[in-house]
Design a protein around this ligand. Structure first.
Ligand SMILES: Nc1ncnc2c1ncn2[C@@H]1O[C@H](COP(=O)(O)OP(=O)(O)OP(=O)(O)O)[C@@H](O)[C@H]1O
Length: 482
């Protein structure tokens, strides 16, 4: 069928009709495959309900469809920031306003997008701008998408974890962290420590970058070529696509910590944690302190063991003894206890120290400017292991400068492989046997050895053997479509 505007009306259209746009007559159609298009004087404007449309509101006799369009689709006006431009469609149906609203709502509802979200805002993280980012950039988009929000500002360390441990998860379609990676990790740990962790851990978690380390959201957005910014992140949450992510259980005797990002020991951990002394320098503190650490390079005694992923069996040597022990399961603990797979009797391999650094990564980006593990995959069931032993200082300097592009892993000084399980036996400094190191996981200090920075502060684990095992795709994240 064809109308006098030459617009084809298909039997498969959900709704179609004559409308006013800016006082002129036009034809508007919502097609069965989710295209909302208007034709005015032969000019066609088209939106994908799935990709572009956030929501709609009724303004008197008009419907305002709120949309964002990816910039590379040829639109360069009406700058909205990030990778998207804002582009609303306002039309007044000649007849059947209610029918239009009903059909638009029904279509949006069929997309499985989140409707109720618990949002953590950490006013303390990064440049202390999370509150402003939330109010100016995140909240208006969620409102456009008609998502109900329960907002919780975090008031102290581990507050988010505490809330997540006791909240009624059935009330929400997801949890959003307007923060750095620290709050994300608290949320994952909170969900996994619940007695109903099997259901709770399926709740998708969304990230909006507002911390110092925004490695997870950078990894999610970069994978699809989007810039790491609050708007792109929020739009991805609204669209409601999900992906699973591996969870690594780090255990030491009865103590457990669930990691979704990384574990570092040696140079990387020292730079991460000790550079806090120079926080007043802003982000330059990392480069400044890295230089200092390379000039006075430390080497650590120690021993690592790993279960290599298929294809990586040639790294290291066969392990002389099995240091991995299946973690104890306590009757009192009702939460997640780690992967059910038994690793103890498998073919372990080992590398003996001294080490400059040992680094494990679950996702490619460790921070917005650090492509630590370029081959890391969200849910392959493996961690990427990066090992650096003795290395000339000049080479090390150049390796550090290659971190932003991930080229360091190509160096002959670096062993880069994938592992399913891992044991770290950390030792003292080669040159100062009474001084030990720091073990850092997901930006938090997991263990502080003797005579380290702030060694009087309590850490979750002691500077001693710890082991890690990966559970494939255990947690769920809101993610751009990939
Ligand atoms: N109100 C608060 N005061 C102090 N610490 C807080 C507060 N709210 C949350 N935190 C803690 O701040 C830490 C860092 O949070 P976040 O994830 O936002 O940023 P980050 O990038 O990981 O770290 P950074 O603090 O270096 O920016 C978390 O460990 C969290 O528990």
């Amino acid at each position: 069928m064809e109308n006098n505007n030459n617009q084809v009306i298909s039997q498969k259209d959900i709704i179609t009709g004559i409308v006013f746009i800016d006082g002129d007559l036009a034809m508007c159609t919502l097609t069965a495959d989710g295209e909302l298009r208007s034709t005015e004087y032969g000019l066609r404007l088209s939106f994908s309900m799935k990709k572009d449309v956030l929501g709609f509101v009724v303004e008197g006799k008009q419907i305002r469809v709120k949309a964002v369009v990816e910039k590379d689709e040829g639109i360069c006006c009406g700058l909205f920031g990030g990778d998207f431009v804002r582009k609303d469609l306002v039309f007044e149906p000649l007849i059947d306003l209610n029918g239009w609203c009903y059909k638009l709502r029904r279509y949006l509802d069929s997309l499985g997008r989140p409707k109720r979200l618990l949002v953590f805002v950490n006013p303390f993280g990064g440049k202390k701008s999370a509150r402003e980012i939330f109010v100016k950039e995140v909240k208006p988009l969620f409102e456009d998408a008609d998502i109900q929000l329960e907002i919780q500002e975090t008031e102290y360390q581990l507050h988010a974890k505490e809330v997540v441990k006791s909240v009624d998860v059935s009330k929400y379609d997801g949890i959003v962290c307007v923060s750095g990676d620290g709050v994300l990790v608290e949320v994952v740990n909170g969900l996994l420590e619940r007695p109903d962790w099997r259901t709770a851990v399926k709740l998708p978690i969304g990230m909006v970058p507002a911390g110092t380390g925004n490695g997870m959201i950078k990894s999610l957005l970069d994978t699809v070529g989007l810039r790491c910014c609050a708007r792109s992140a929020t739009i991805s949450i609204i669209r409601g696509h999900k992906r699973s992510v591996d969870v690594a259980t780090i255990s030491q005797r009865n103590t457990k910590f669930f990691s979704v990002l990384m574990l570092a020991w040696g140079l990387i951990a020292d730079i991460d944690i000790e550079s806090e002394k120079f926080r007043w320098m802003g982000s330059a503190r990392i480069d400044f302190y890295a230089l200092q650490r390379i000039i006075c390079l430390r080497q650590y005694n120690g021993h690592i063991l790993f279960l290599p992923a298929p294809g990586f069996e040639s790294y290291g040597q066969p392990a002389s003894c099995s240091l991995y022990r299946e973690p104890p399961v306590s009757d009192k603990e009702l939460g997640y206890q780690g992967p059910e797979t038994k690793f103890e009797r498998l073919k372990w391999r080992e590398i003996k120290g001294p080490f400059v650094t040992v680094w494990l990564h679950n996702v490619p980006w460790g921070a917005e400017n650090t492509l630590a593990a370029p081959d890391a995959k969200f849910s392959d069931g493996f961690l990427d292991l990066i090992v650096l032993k003795k290395c000339p200082k000049l080479v090390l300097l150049s390796l550090m400068s290659q971190l932003s592009e991930g080229r360091h892993v190509k160096s002959s000084y670096v062993a880069y492989l994938k592992v399913k399980a891992f044991v770290l036996e950390p030792g003292a400094l080669v040159d100062e046997p009474d001084k030990e190191g720091i073990i850092d996981s997901d930006g938090e200090v997991l263990a502080r050895g003797k005579r380290t920075y702030k060694c009087d502060q309590k850490a979750l684990m002691s500077y001693d053997k710890l082991q890690i095992a990966v559970d494939q795709g255990l947690a769920t994240l809101f993610s751009p479509e990939y």
